[in-house]
Design a protein around this ligand. Structure first.
Ligand code: F3S
Length: 409
């Protein structure tokens, strides 16, 4: 990989051991993926924050670093709400260690905003290059915003934050962003069904780049849930939705896996003259999507906000409550910044018995482990909570989750 004179100096240790270590990470990554150079990035989102996932070894590694980030950088959710950890039942040893991790990151100039929806704080623009690591945030940035980021590991996102650059490979390059598989859904779907679609389709797509042909136009929250589930059950970092998402490529035939198939004559979409979709096709049955999104159970916790809830999702929950108090444990995870911007909304939810949690989530917090069965409205949480928290997970629509919570059954 080509390095400028300044980059080479950092690599040789001229600016101290921390930057040298960070440059070594970037160069090693660049060599593996055959990157030709480093490019500047606008922001970083760094995973590896919960004490539950990184432990003492991770904490010591961060504490040994020295320096200041060159670009705005935030963190992934941690293991607890910093102000409600007692209420969450977090033990004091864990809380102390978690605080040490946050302080170590803060010392490097990283904002102690712990969220998987950093785009609600600072929305990247189309074409911006980023170094983000949480898989749903990566999928959202690439697919919904048209920004460009690979799915970084915690150390490589941190290295990008401290150097201000990332190797130029993968999804930073236009040619690598073309769709590889067409996914059809033949009936309209809504709400949590998008997460169920991502959960089902992700298993078949793996690390491909799907383009969806849908019968409804998804909202931004629905796209968020689709991407989060695709990234969890598969390894999708970018998807397109025909006529919806910002990158609508006109694919030349030599970029197709097989012979391109022109769709203009075969269905009712207004397909541009030269718009080809990948020949490889998957159809996800609507009955299967509905079945996945509506599972019957008697949960002892209902956890919403995976990915972290938007203002619109918080408002929807409040509307669905219709003034009723919940009779079960209900968590709604969101970012502290979003909560602080909407104090009345948060207070109203809390008045109805909802625990609105900041900085954390049901998957990365050890507090979820004490429950037996968790009901979620997210395809990603459905996939991860059994393995990460040792609880059974069932999926319901947001409406059903709130009904179950209010009926107390
Ligand atoms: Fe975010 Fe935690 Fe879900 S990090 S995407 S709320 S698993």
């Amino acid at each position: 990989m080509y390095l400028t004179r300044e980059e080479e100096g950092i690599y040789n240790g001229e600016q101290g051991p921390t930057l040298q270590k960070m440059m070594e990470i970037l160069v090693a990554l660049g060599d593996i993926y055959d990157a030709k150079k480093l490019i500047p990035v606008k922001s970083a989102q760094i995973a590896g924050v919960s004490y539950k996932t990184i432990g003492d070894a991770g904490l010591e590694w961060i504490q040994d670093l020295d320096g200041k980030v060159k670009i705005p950088a935030v963190l992934n959710p941690m293991g607890m709400d910093r102000e409600a950890f007692v209420e969450m039942g977090i033990d004091p040893h864990f809380a102390r260690k978690q605080e040490e991790i946050i302080r170590a990151y803060e010392k490097l100039g990283i904002m102690p905003e712990c969220t998987c929806t950093p785009y609600y704080l600072n929305r990247p623009r189309f074409g911006d290059h980023l170094a983000w690591s949480e898989s749903s945030a990566v999928c959202f940035a690439n697919s919904v915003l048209g920004a460009r980021t690979n799915r970084e590991g915690g150390p490589s996102a941190l290295a990008a934050a401290l150097i201000g650059k990332t190797p130029y490979y993968g999804l930073h390059i236009t040619e690598n962003r073309y769709p590889t598989v067409t996914v059809k859904v033949e009936e309209p779907i809504h709400g949590a069904e998008y997460g169920a679609l991502g959960y089902l389709a992700g298993k078949q797509i793996g690390d491909g780049i799907p383009i969806f042909r849908l019968k409804t136009t998804p909202t931004e929250d629905e796209l968020k849930h689709l991407g989060a589930a695709l990234a969890a059950s598969g390894a999708v970092a970018l998807f397109h939705v025909l006529h919806v998402s910002p990158e609508q490529y006109v694919l030349p035939p030599d970029k197709m896996d097989r012979e391109p198939q022109r769709l203009a004559d075969e269905d009712d979409w207004q397909v541009p003259e030269r718009f080809f979709l990948p020949r490889e096709r998957i159809e996800v049955e609507v009955a299967k999507i509905r079945e996945t999104a509506r599972q019957k159970a008697s949960p002892d916790i209902i956890a919403l906000g995976c990915p972290h809830a938007s203002k619109e999702e918080l408002e929807e929950i409040l509307t669905l409550l219709r003034g009723r108090k919940v009779k079960k444990e209900v968590w709604v995870c969101t970012s502290r910044a979003l909560g602080q911007k909407n104090p009345e909304l948060i207070q109203q939810l809390r008045n109805n018995g909802i625990k609105v949690l900041y900085d954390t989530c049901m998957v990365v917090s050890p507090a979820a482990n004490r429950f037996k069965c968790m009901m979620v409205n997210s395809g990603k949480a459905l996939k991860y909570t059994p393995a990460m928290c040792g609880v059974d997970a069932v999926m319901g629509t947001t409406e059903e989750c709130i009904e179950v919570a209010c009926r107390g059954e």
